[in-house]
Structures are given as C-alpha cells and as structure tokens.
Design a protein around this ligand. Structure first.
Ligand SMILES: O=P(O)(O)OC[C@@H](O)[C@@H](O)c1c[nH]c2ccccc12
Length: 274
C-alpha cells in the first residue's frame, strides 16, 4: 500500500532533518517569529458559510499523477484568498506529491489566510520545521501513528502555537483518536473519504463516521469532493468544513471554481435549501 512506501521515504528524510535541524535552535528562532493565525478558529467561527473551506495547493498525487502541469503555487493561493477560502492546505511532500516547503513559505509571504502544512508527520522535528517554514497548522494521520505519538505531537504542536488536523479514515482510528486526551479540545477531526488501499473515494465515509462523534465536535470532510451535490451531501451530513484539492486544481479559473463549488454552502443559498 502506498502509505507504507511513503513512510519508508519519510523515515529517510527525517534522518537527514534530524541532522540539520536542532530543536533548541528552532525554539529560539520560533520565539522571535510572529504568532500563528488561528486555523481552527477560521474554520469554526466563519459567518458567511455553513461549511468552511480548506482549499488545497496540490500539483500531483500518487493516485492521479500530475494534476496541474501549469502550477504556480502563489497565484493559486491568492485566487483562493480572493475567492473567500477560509484556510489553505499546501502539500510539502516532494517525492510523491511534487510539493515543496518553499511553496508554503512563499504563500505565507503573499496571503493572510491560515496555512496547513500537508505532509506525513512521523517525527517531532517535522513539527518544528512546519512552524519555521510558516505553517499555522499541521496534519497528523492516525493510520501511520501510534496513540502515544499522536498524544505527544499534539502537545508539541500546541506548545508552538500550531493547530492540528487529525485525520482518520475508519471507525477504529476515530475511536483511538477520541480516546486521546486533548484531541478534540485542541484538534480538528478530519475524515479522509479516500480509502488508502484502493484509492477510491466515498463520501459516505463522512456520513458514517460523523455519527460516532460527540455533539459539537467539528468534522472536516476530506477528499473526493468534486461537485455542488457533494458539498450539499457532506453539509447535510453535518460536516463543519471540507478540504478540496483536485477539483480546484483542474479548473482554469480557480476563483470562479471556488464560488461555484461553494454556492450551496452560502448562508443564503443554504436557507432556500433547508
Ligand atoms: O484532491 P482531493 O480529492 O480534493 O483531496 C484533497 C485532500 O483531502 C487530499 O489531498 C488528502 C487528504 N489527506 C491526505 C494526506 C496526505 C496527502 C494528501 C491528502
């Protein structure tokens, strides 16, 4: 399964990172940096939409190959901001997603929205690195972490001012995450609709797992959202937000695509739909 391969590559990368990044030094640098922008707040305290939007900057993926050949990360992020996205997610994995840390740093300098570093975190050093390159939030993928790691990484992230999106894709993972102290208080729960073994996406994953969440815990529905019907479906299921990449990446006019896709989630449109 591709996730195992990615983790093997990440372990090699982390070995190098451990050599080059000193945590004590990182802490000193971070102390001089501006505060992070609230990622979780931006998604949960929005006034204009029923469903928050994390719009993703994603050039390629293992399942789809090259998605957007004419790829200008800063221009894409500015279009997202202009079109009213709440947050931006940026793939920084080089090997499998053709991402880069520099994309995040460049976007940080050009837009004001909270930024999620989308990568495969398996070591503390990557969390410090995320903060140093300009991220406001990190992704933790339950499928590749032990409960002890999730617990520890949440604490590290919180100490650095980073918000956390904790990704699950089945009931067992969700139950594990819910049993970790602070996960719901500090983190946002993301449900990945993509099956990591078959690459297939099914939005019913969101509808099934949301029933297991305690009331009031916001859920982000991730992957495979491609149409206004999909937005209506996850919104009716109770999702507080969506994470959308590929659909936007395949549109020539990204700002227009954000307006079109999110129309059913606008408060006014929502009222006529309800
Ligand atoms: O491009 P999509 O189908 O809209 O999906 C976006 C996002 O959910 C997806 O990129 C993603 C979800 N979880 C991940 C973990 C690692 C890398 C990528 C992802």
């Amino acid at each position: 399964m591709y996730l195992d391969r990615i983790v093997v590559t990440k372990k090699q990368e982390v070995e190098q990172l451990t050599q080059s990044l000193s945590i004590a030094e990182a802490e000193r640098t971070i102390a001089t940096m501006p505060a992070t922008r609230g990622f979780r707040d931006a998604l949960t305290k929005r006034a204009n939409r029923r469903v928050g939007l994390i719009a993703e900057v994603k050039k390629a993926s293992p399942s789809k190959g090259l998605i957007r050949p004419d790829f200008h990360p800063v221009t894409i992020a500015q279009a997202y901001e202009q079109a009213g996205a709440d947050c931006i997610s940026i793939l920084t994995d080089v090997q499998y997603f053709q991402g880069n840390n520099s994309y995040l740093t460049d976007i940080r300098a050009a837009v004001n929205l909270p930024l999620l570093r989308k990568d495969f975190i398996i070591d503390e050093h990557q969390i410090y690195e995320a903060r140093l390159i300009g991220a406001d939030a990190i992704l933790l993928i339950a499928a590749i972490l032990t409960p002890e790691q999730i617990d520890r990484y949440i604490k590290t992230a919180v100490s650095l001012g980073l918000d956390i999106l904790i990704e699950v894709h089945d009931q067992a993972e969700l139950e594990t995450v819910l049993s970790i102290e602070g996960s719901v208080e500090h983190g946002l729960i993301g449900v990945n609709n993509r099956d990591l073994k078959t690459f297939e996406t099914s939005l019913s994953t969101t509808a099934e797992l949301i029933r297991l969440l305690p009331a009031g815990v916001p859920l982000i529905s991730e992957s495979g959202i491609m149409s206004t019907d999909d937005i209506r479906y996850v919104s009716d299921a109770g999702a507080a937000g969506v994470l959308v990449g590929e659909y936007f990446m395949r549109q020539p006019d990204i700002a227009a695509a954000v307006h079109t896709l999110m129309a059913p989630a606008n408060r006014e449109a929502g009222a006529s739909h309800e």
